[in-house]
Design a protein. Structure first.
Lengths: 484, 484
């Protein structure tokens, strides 16, 4: 091992490399980026670096390697697992990609756009729409989430059922590796069998194997028709049967299938005075269904979905259903769905879990896990809602009435999450369906993940980041390899 | 390094482990598996091992690691690049997966099947069809190609345009790693962000990182309608314009878009006395278009395609077109397409190249590369045909009239292929679109591939196979790591 020069020498060379806009150690300018947006994690940093180009990122990473300075890559700082927040040693730099925000190219005919890591999702949506096309991934944080962060965390969202996660949108990738070399696989080839698909390794690796600087993303034809429905059901098993029926009847037009239990709908209606229940009566479960087509128009989609739901009603599979009369009403349905977390926070403390199991097992999982948790932690209530079509629900455990915010999470949170994660693992599921591991779940991953898979991850991490400088303490924590 | 025990000791323990059906050293029983099906490569082997279960594979690999015996995994032995043929040292064993041919489960409702590595593609097609569903990947070798081989080579075929390569069909994977541990990621989760997607590393790695023992594959709804058309065009640029138009008009129903130049059609018609040209006049280029739908019936598809082609004809984009009147005629169209290679072999020697470039660049590539090759090698003729929709054509260079088979390939083949590969690389393409690297292209990959990508592949190979025992000499050749 070489000796570690002083931070001052590193900072001088970094400043010379990046210029005044590219580097700051000013506590006030750094403050906003040292805490994650949910305020759960706060760290310290040697500096905030904001390179303006891939070459600057590469030169900076080389400099960090020479000085053994850890790097915490950061996009919009809107992650859910603390993956972009440094630890409290103050030895690492934050490498912000936000200045690299160019859409290098957008070709509607070929159906692809080359975006730098700092491009904000909302910006890409607007650019695609202006070109008469569509980028088929969206999520709540679209106003701040960046392409680099979305790729590095393999983000999901509400259109995964049909279009897949970020992994399915990435046609090509550019990244800076731990030694400062540039991996350029931006050119999209529909067929390429020249060995390992290395970009797949970088997607979802949370900046621990390399720093994504740009991506070639697929664009789809703009939607022609859209139809949204709210359905009342007697049970979650019926919801799965309805999912299969609508999949069969609507084919590739089915884009979203979300489930909402009565408790969540009630909480939202209490939380939003202006909101109204879509259906007359209350139902144990609700399903929010959205179908989109680039060929069929809204009237045609509406006819097909009406026929499908009418048959389901006649069979007694569903209790009631309403199809949104217009975009405003469809919007209102989605507002109900998107307000669940906020509505529950208003009621009291809760432990939230982003978990998945095989799609066909999800109803049985919910029916088994909820009472198990509620009996293990008397007074709690377990509620599951979200992306049934993806086998991914947000499993929230609500505190007993009167529990004190902060205290309750502190005293019960860890035990509750551990048991939820144990159950998910027993059911062959994932303790992180879409939010990633970051620093929040790194210990739980080490505790519960398949040792063979963990061993593979360690081997790959050591091979690609032998000095352990890329986002240390996140996702996979291994000592540097013996031989470097 | 430990000392290497004698082969005899290894063979005794392997025989005890696998039993008489599981191991043979009989030259006659091994002979068929020591040469690839095209007869280009022949090797020698210490033994042919045919384990019956994942546990037997794991135990055998542990034994090989202890005795430092190289392993050449083999499925149907129908690869195109010699990837399943051992070298001539006779130190390696062939590990055949053919005895592991169980379809462990098939769930038409959930749309997935768990197949062991030795399941033959045709067998899976029939099982899926019997269950009222469909496995959406097919290719010429379906009668012998196994699931393990198809996964390990990320196989393509004629439906990639819509359904993607094998990578897109793999929902879960089971593999035995270099140390004999079993990586079990068979349970399919639509969303799982627990770090690196390790199964992606094994897909397409040609047995150099692990041995695929089983895979969970996606099944799609059975087709309801199908329509096939043969189109005459004046040029290859028009073919791309037609592709874009049909993509727009047929949407996700477009499943195949193949191009055939006049020379190839003439060769096939001369080669197959019974074959007839689909169109009255000759055209510089022909396109074979197939659309399939699980919802629209054949009549509806036919109407839509007719409207699309009529508009293209009115615009002068195409010269003529015919839609197959029935399955028999559609079959006849495909026979013309599938007989090109055989027809050209009958004419004389040729150098064949399986290459890809970005879809939107393929016409310009063909127009630039063909004359470049023909002028560099006087008397040759360059013909390109195949999957225009995937940016993947088979680029064949035909020998001058009178060239002697064998001699000509020997004297000119290497120089011709090198120049074709140089051109493809200059155009940002791949020297192996779907056939893989195997031993055939390993030197060309080392010569032409991005050094950064090669370095990553070497690092990953060293990390996952430190002893270098998994399919040595194939795809990526690196010395064992310094520290193991």
């Amino acid at each position: 091992m070489m000796s570690h020069p002083s931070p001052a020498a590193f900072l001088d060379q970094a400043a010379a490399l990046l210029g005044p806009r590219g580097l700051t150690t000013d506590p006030e300018r750094m403050a906003a980026w040292l805490t994650d947006w949910r305020g759960r994690y706060t760290g310290r940093a040697l500096a905030l670096a904001s390179p303006a180009s891939t070459d600057e990122v590469a030169a900076l990473v080389k400099l960090c390697a020479a000085h053994r300075v850890p790097i915490v890559p950061q996009g919009g700082n809107s992650g859910m697992a603390g993956g972009a927040t440094p630890d409290d040693t103050g030895t690492a730099i934050i490498l912000s990609l936000r200045r690299m925000d160019a859409i290098r190219s957008l070709d509607a005919t070929a159906g692809m756009a080359v975006c730098e890591a700092g491009v904000i999702l909302q910006t890409l949506h607007e650019a695609a729409e202006a070109a008469g096309t569509r980028f088929p991934l969206t999520l709540g944080g679209k106003g701040s989430a960046t392409i680099g962060g979305l790729v590095s965390t393999n983000a999901g969202g509400t259109q995964v059922l049909r279009h897949g996660t970020m992994r399915a949108q990435v046609l090509g990738l550019e990244a800076v590796l731990a030694d400062g070399s540039v991996f350029d696989a931006l050119t999209p080839l529909k067929k390429d069998n020249r060995g390992f698909d290395l970009k797949q390794l970088l997607i979802g690796s949370e900046g621990t194997l390399g720093i994504v600087t740009a991506a070639t993303l697929r664009l789809l034809p703009a939607p022609v028709g859209r139809v949204t429905a709210w359905v009342g059901l007697g049970g979650i098993v019926d919801a799965r049967s309805l999912l299969r029926r609508v999949e069969r009847d609507m084919g590739e037009a089915l884009e979203g299938f979300e489930v909402v239990p009565a408790h969540c709908l009630d909480a939202v209606l209490a939380h939003l005075p202006a909101a109204r229940a879509p259906l007359q009566a209350a139902h144990a479960w609700n399903a929010l269904i959205e179908c989109v087509s680039a060929s069929a128009d809204s009237a045609a989609l509406r006819d097909r979905l009406e026929t499908s739901l009418a048959a389901a009603l006649a069979e007694g599979l569903i209790e009631d259903a309403v199809i949104a009369a217009n975009d405003r009403q469809a919007e209102a349905f989605w507002t109900l769905r998107d307000s669940i977390s906020a509505a529950e926070r208003a009621i009291g403390p809760a432990m939230q879990h982003d978990i998945s199991v095989p799609v066909e097992k999800m109803p049985e999982f919910i029916l088994a896990a909820s009472p198990a948790i509620e009996s293990a932690f008397p007074g709690t209530q377990a509620v599951a809602f979200g992306h049934l079509g993806d086998g991914n629900v947000h499993f929230h455990v609500l505190a007993p009435p009167g529990a004190v915010r902060g205290e309750w999470e502190e005293s019960h949170g860890k035990a509750i999450s551990a048991q939820v994660h144990d159950l998910v693992t027993q059911w062959g599921g994932s303790i992180s369906a879409e939010h990633g591991i970051g620093q929040m779940k790194v210990a739980e991953l080490a505790r519960l993940h398949d040792p063979v898979a963990l061993g593979l991850m360690h081997a790959v991490k050591r091979a690609l980041d032998p000095l352990g400088l890329l986002n240390p303490g996140k996702l996979v924590t291994v000592p540097p390899a013996a031989c470097t």
